[in-house]
Design a protein around this ligand. Sequence first.
Ligand SMILES: Nc1ncnc2c1ncn2[C@@H]1O[C@H](COP(=O)(O)OP(=O)(O)OP(=O)(O)O)[C@@H](O)[C@H]1O
Ligand SMILES: [Mg+2]
Length: 415
Amino acid sequence: MSGGGDDYKREESVVLIVIVSLAALSLLSLIAAFAYYCYITRKVSRRLNSHQLPKRSSSPAPLPLPPPVIPPQGKESPSSNSASDGAAAGALVVGAERGVQLFGYRQLHAATGGFGRAHMVGQGSFGAVYRGVLPDGRKVAVKLMDRPGKQGEEEFEMEVELLSRLRSSHLLGLIGHCSEGGHRLLVYEFMANGCLQEHLYPNGGSCGGISKLDWPTRLRIALEAAKGLEYLHERVTPPVIHRDFKSSNILLDKDYHARVSDFGLAKLGSDKAGGHVSTRVLGTQGYVAPEYALTGHLTTKSDVYSYGVVLLELLTGRVPVDMKRPPGEGVLVNWALPMLTDREKVVQILDPSLEGQYSLKDAVQVAAIAAMCVQPEADYRPLMADVVQSLVPLVKNRSASKSCNPNAQASRPLD
Ligand SMILES: Nc1ncnc2c1ncn2[C@@H]1O[C@H](COP(=O)(O)OP(=O)(O)OP(=O)(O)O)[C@@H](O)[C@H]1O
Ligand SMILES: [Mg+2]
């Protein structure tokens, strides 16, 4: 009896072993099938990727000139409701030079009375500027480069490249250029009232000259210039950093409407949020942001600093650097900054030429904007869009009340 029982038990354990081995086998084959499936899917997706996606280069190709960005419908920056802005009107031609004429030297020679002294309206570091009239009757300003060498050539090219592509009613329009033999000339719209600097300092910057620019006009110029920078920083990609924003580069038309000019030193900014480009330090003394002067790291916030300096000029009627002033007053930012946020002291620093035309509330507000723009910490400076937004209500209020200055015949609606 016990022998039959043993046989039965042996048979039972053999069956158990077979079942367990079969189960293990099927489990193994399941695992193998799954692994094979994963391997195949990865291979297929890799192949698809390599066929369909362009390979990303680790070092980006040289930046194209900023193709003007046409903002998506209904997503304009809050401040920009100007229909005359190329971008706002969707009138920009991406990547194309639009409407910039090529002139011959003789043509421009004839248009400016042979570059005679009587036609000269100014002199800058690039060369002299002459008033001229084209055969079709258009009034122009012709800048004649008298600075041979690489820097002058680079500035000429940058000015032509950028202004051919950027279109904003707050930037000076380039009509054309001439590049014949050794001659380099730039032809601009003529701005009947020259530059802001001349109007702020009728005595050439020394104390005592009385500026005829009244408060509402100054506010409007501040707003229009801010819109010019806002366009460069926030409405083109990559952003354009002006690098030489100053009161002599804000030009005024016959109605004292402002346009930002001179892009010779402009740089394309970084596409990355908070990014910078490294470059040698160029610009004008008194307007250059401290971090840029020290490190060569350039961001749009460097322009915001320069804008703050211009705002201080408009408020105080003082030039950015004047070492003939009493000790502690020579550098405008250093002198004004501690007083800008103190209501009582703001009155003391305002341009005496304004003779109390301003409302104290407005002046305090403009001083606060200037203080934010010129603060040493670049990251805490506002964006130009913020500056524009803060100035818009001030300008609207002032234009509602009557201006007491014959200069301020602004007929153009605020944009
Ligand atoms: N489009 C223009 N219409 C009328 N006047 C102009 C025009 N462009 C320049 N000017 C006049 O010519 C002067 C010289 O301008 P320019 O831009 O050459 O030099 P700047 O800005 O004064 O100095 P820098 O060359 O150092 O930047 C200006 O101050 C202005 O009075
Ligand atoms: Mg200039």
